[in-house]
Structures are given as structure tokens and as C-alpha cells.
Write a protein that binds this ligand. Structure first.
Ligand code: PLP
Length: 381
């Protein structure tokens, strides 16, 4: 059966460059990076090389990169770290209703510990008004956390503008940038953020590696885990050297490939969308169609259930998603589309198609030849 993977927002295939990088870990890269002998030094050097590449990719300083285990962990370290570290200053946090569960559930936990959270609403295309952020700030506000790009719709939120407001009011600003890595050019300096979360497996590195940007000068964060000195004490424990090294290689590759990747994804996304909409009526495009990721399409097809389309396409070899990967399999409605005010039938009929570095024109041809007829068949049932 032909296999076409169009679910890059859930996870990405590994970068082929990584294949050759694993062997040295069997030969000589096995050392504990904290050891001072040759084996430790070799591992440590490789980690610092990776840190430099990751920093370069987002225009940060190497010292500002903390390696973690995932995007989820990065956001937990950032949000709880600031909340507990700055508790004496205030207990108020500002966020949005469309964040990933790793942020929303962290905030829910903090609410149970006495913090107050303002969840800013989004409009019908999933956007927030930076002025709303300004209005929500009060003297107890210690943190603003707003994602850069939404995983379900691809809407890109006005992080730079919010960052400017956060600076003006001297409130620490964190952004979940997991979905932006590898899909947008990120200049962390320009975006006015203090902390930003990233995940390796959304950008061609393996699962189990992520990183957190912590702007120089941000101090007083309470660590979640207590142990050794690694990663400035914010993520103690012997480093995932293999994960970190592969993350560094992906970062170096992305620096060379991102312009081409963005252009290819954008062109293929447009062609796929045109191909589907030309043949099928009763379609709603969800999310902001201008400020958006180049790779993501979120569509509602009148009269069908998203999970049914997903399983028909799966039987034809096409992998897509109905809503976020983390909630797929559950019958709950997408909290993102709900927050955008979509009617229930549009939410039930929504699917997400997300392209990436290894998507080819022939994959798009196949998807265009299969999706419209699958929708028609489901509507006739
Ligand atoms: N944030 C966003 C926007 C995501 O899409 C995801 C994963 O789907 C995460 C965070 C969690 O990242 P990880 O799977 O590395 O924990």
C-alpha cells in the first residue's frame, strides 16, 4: 500500500543526516559529560557544539539554551519555574484559551495551588488582540504565556506585539514555540520573549529531546527537579547526549534548509487546498489564512465526521489527524475550535493536514486524487 504521511504537526520523520551520527555513541561518545577525563570531555564538547547550533538557529546565545526532554517539559519548567520563583511578587498569570494541553494543564495545576489565571479569548480565526493582554495586566501579574503557532489550525499569534507590551509592563513573557520550529524563521531577539519552549520531534530530531530558551538576565526560577548542576540546575540529571547531539544536527540542517522548506511547504499546501476545494463543496477553512504556518490546513467538511474521514484515508495509506494528536482517540471536541466559536458540527467534521520537509509533489497528487472521493463516499453513506 502506498504510504503518504501528512501529519507533521503530530511528529516528523527523523532527518536522514542523523543516521551516521549514532555510531560514534557505540565507539567513543558514551562518556558522562560531567566526567573530566577524555570520555567525558568528548561528550561535553559534542553537547556544547549542539547548544551552539540550536542557539544560532533561533538567534540566541548558547548560554540561553537549556536542554530538556520535550516541549511539555520545557513549558512546565518555564511556567512553574516562574510561578513558584516569583510567588512573592504576585500570583496572576495571563494566557489564552487555545494553548496546548501542556500549558493549559500546567496552568490548571497552578490554579489549584492558589494562582489566578486569566485566559484570553480568541476570535473566529483563533487570533488574540494584543490590547487584550495589556488590559489584563495587573500589579500581581508575574507571567504572560502565549503560544507562537497553534498546533491544530496553524494560526500564528502576535507574539512580537505581546512581547513588546510585556517589556513595557515588566512582566515575564513565555511562549510555546513547539510548532514554529522548522516551519517559521525564528529570531528570538526580535520576538521580545523571555522564555520559549521547543521540541525536537516536531523538527526532525528524535522523541525525548526538547529545549527551553531562557533569556540572559532571567533568574530566580524555581527548578522542578532537584539534583546535580546540569543545565544550570533547571534540568538536572545526566544529559541525553544522543538526543542533544541529534537536536544540534537538525538545527544546523534547518539553518541551511529552512528557506527552501518554507517555500516548498507553502506551495504544496496551496496546491493541495486548491485541489480539494475545486472538487468538494461544503468546506470551511479554519484558522487565520494570513498569519499562519506554511504547512498546516484545518478543514471542516459539512456532513461528515472527522475521525471517519481519518480512518478512510488511513485505509488508503494517507496519515492525517482529526484535531490534535494528544486528543485523538478521545471523543472530546477540540478546545481550540470550541474557543474559536465554531458550531459543534463544524468541529466534529474538522481534520488537520500538515506537510513537512519530506512531503513530495507526488504525495500531494495522491492526496488530491483520494480526498475528494473519500469525502463524497462518506457523505453518501
Ligand atoms: N506545544 C505544542 C503547540 C504542541 O503541538 C506540542 C505537541 O503536540 C507540544 C507543545 C508538546 O510537545 P512534546 O510532544 O515534545 O511534549
Amino acid at each position: 500500500m502506498r504510504r503518504v504521511y501528512l501529519d507533521y504537526n503530530a511528529t516528523t520523520p527523523l532527518h536522514p543526516k542523523l543516521k551516521n551520527e549514532i555510531e560514534p555513541f557505540f565507539d567513543y561518545l558514551f562518556g558522562n559529560p560531567s566526567s573530566t577525563h577524555w570520555a567525558g570531555r568528548l561528550a561535553k564538547e559534542k553537547i556544547e557544539e549542539a547548544r551552539l547550533n540550536v542557539a544560532k538557529l533561533i538567534n540566541a546565545k548558547p548560554d540561553e539554551i537549556i536542554f530538556t526532554g520535550s516541549g511539555t517539559e520545557s513549558s512546565n519548567i518555564a511556567i512553574k519555574g516562574i510561578a513558584f520563583g516569583f510567588r512573592k511578587k504576585g500570583n496572576h498569570i495571563i494566557s489564552t484559551t487555545v494553548e496546548h494541553p501542556c500549558v493549559l494543564n500546567t496552568l490548571k495545576y497552578l490554579e489549584s495551588k492558589g494562582f489566578e489565571v486569566t485566559y484570553l479569548p480568541v476570535d473566529s480565526i483563533g487570533q488574540i488582540d494584543p490590547e487584550e493582554v495589556k488590559r489584563a495586566i495587573k500589579k500581581e501579574t508575574i507571567l504572560i504565556t502565549v503560544m507562537y503557532a497553534n498546533n491544530e489550525t496553524g494560526t500564528v499569534l502576535p507574539v512580537k506585539e505581546i512581547g513588546k507590551i510585556a517589556r513595557e509592563y515588566e512582566v515575564i513573557f513565555h511562549s510555546d514555540m513547539v510548532q514554529a520550529l522548522g516551519k517559521l524563521k525564528i529570531d528570538i531577539e526580535e520576538l521580545n520573549v523571555d522564555l520559549a519552549s521547543f521540541s525536537g520531534h516536531k523538527a526532525y530530531a528524535p522523541k525525548g529531546i526538547g529545549f527551553l530558551y531562557v533569556r540572559e538576565g532571567i533568574s530566580g526560577m524555581e527548578p522542578l527537579t532537584h539534583g546535580g548542576h546540569q543545565e544550570k540546575g533547571l534540568r538536572p540529571g545526566t544529559e541525553n547526549t544522543l538526543g542533544i547531539v541529534t537536536m544540534g544536527i537538525c538545527a544546523a540542517s534547518l539553518m541551511e534548509e529552512i528557506d527552501r522548506d518554507i517555500e516548498r511547504m507553502e506551495n504544496m499546501r496551496k496546491r493541495l487546498l486548491e485541489g480539494i476545494t475545486k472538487c468538494v463543496d461544503g468546506i470551511t477553512l479554519n484558522g487565520d489564512q494570513e498569519r499562519r504556518l506554511p504547512n498546516t490546513i484545518n478543514l471542516s467538511f459539512d456532513g461528515i465526521e472527522g475521525p471517519n474521514l481519518l480512518s478512510v484515508l488511513d485505509s488508503l495509506g494517507i496519515a492525517i489527524s482529526s484535531g490534535a494528536a494528544c486528543t485523538s482517540g478521545k471523543s472530546s471536541l477540540s478546545h481550540v475550535l470550541l474557543a474559536m466559536g465554531l458550531p459543534e458540527e463544524k468541529i466534529r467534521s474538522a481534520v488537520r493536514i500538515s506537510l513537512g520537509k519530506f512531503t513530495e509533489e507526488k504525495d500531494i497528487d495522491y492526496a488530491i486524487s483520494v480526498i475528494p472521493s473519500a469525502v463524497k463516499r462518506l457523505r453518501e453513506r
